[in-house]
Design a protein around this ligand. Sequence first.
Ligand SMILES: O=C(O)CCC(=O)C(=O)O
Ligand SMILES: [Fe+2]
Length: 440
Amino acid sequence: MASSGGVPAEFSPDRVAARSAPEAQMYREEHEALAEPMRSFLESNPEVYFVPPQRKGEPGRWEFVPGSYYDTTVGDRHPHWKDRGLPQPSRDIGQLRADFVQWGFCKVADAIRPEAVETIRTRVLEQAEGERLAGIRQKTPSGQNINCCVNKGEVFAKLIEQHPDVVQGHAVVEQLVTEALGPGWICTSLIAAISNEGGVPQALHQDQGMWSDSRAPQSVNILSAITPIDETNGGTLVIPGSHRMLPDAVRRGEPVGKLPPCINIDAPAGCMVITHGHLLHGTGHNISSAPRIVMLNGMQKPYMRQQENWMLSVRPEVLKSASPKLLHRMGYQATTGGATNEGHGFGAQGKEGELAGAVVDFRIAADEGRYLRVGELSPDSPPELLSAPYTLREVVGKARAWGQSAPVGIGVGGIGKASAKEKASEQKEPPLETQCSSKL
Ligand SMILES: O=C(O)CCC(=O)C(=O)O
Ligand SMILES: [Fe+2]
């Protein structure tokens, strides 16, 4: 049976819609289950709700409802929490690990060097004012966010890569993140979250809504206190232990019940608070007159899409001076299953500095207006098209010159031949010659 234009009637959009009622759809229960555990959490905990942001021209005017989730204090002063051993700032990796597993967060004391804290604080405040004057301020219900910080000061690039010049506690922090996420983790974004006087509290949320039944997280957030934070200036609200309570309910197939109350996290400047992706949290409200600054630096599994689209947004100068570690962290290393570019990156493991998966040269070529992509080719293509200086050739040639693999079958001709020096210092990785499309 044929309909208009000879297209079989089964393919007509109306016919498809008529046969795709919700009951007919496959995997429906699983997709609907994505509303959980937040739906039952909100039903069972009515003191948690979305606080409508202030209206324009009425900063500071919102209805404070006593007894709500944000009407709270820090753990040490909270009647429910004060004697329960909530995380304290620590440099002891054993203690930090135990805190993270039990409570869903830990506080790495003195993780950032004091001089770097000061540089970040000054830079964030200047940037905030600059963006306001430029008319591009990114307002939030709590105050103001500075996005894509990597473009806005060298100190931020070093914060993302946890360079020892900035993050003196990097060994502890990176070890904990690696245990939480497994090897190969990358960064999702670096944002400065400023909470200003009168801002509203953020809705409680999980940063990781996916894999809602997992024990280990797929993402963690590193919240760096740049000003001291506490209950007076919007210290991050959290429900300690919620990173276990919510997934437990999902695994049991039961609704989430009544949860314990929120606290405000308190932390001195320079402390890094690492949070589990399933932990319920949100910005608190600031009743002090000074801005509160927390750097939000999420880390995640390498196969998840990143929050910041660093492939497009990073400034060329930042990319050119980026360390292999920073490039990796921003997702510029393909993993065979992700971020390959015109096929370059198949066979790569997503490691730092691995030329077989390095995609930054494509971006730099694009910036310089010389990215030549492979288009339609055929046996009838003119010779100049067949021998064109495709950027793919250049990138693959560079990887091969260093003894690293490239997609099977790509001839690199004379382009990218190794220099004697390069040959002498070949990388230690064994060449990967297989083309595999399933590895993440
Ligand atoms: O500002 C904070 O304290 C936390 C912000 C946050 O959790 C978020 O924006 O996802
Ligand atoms: Fe968050």
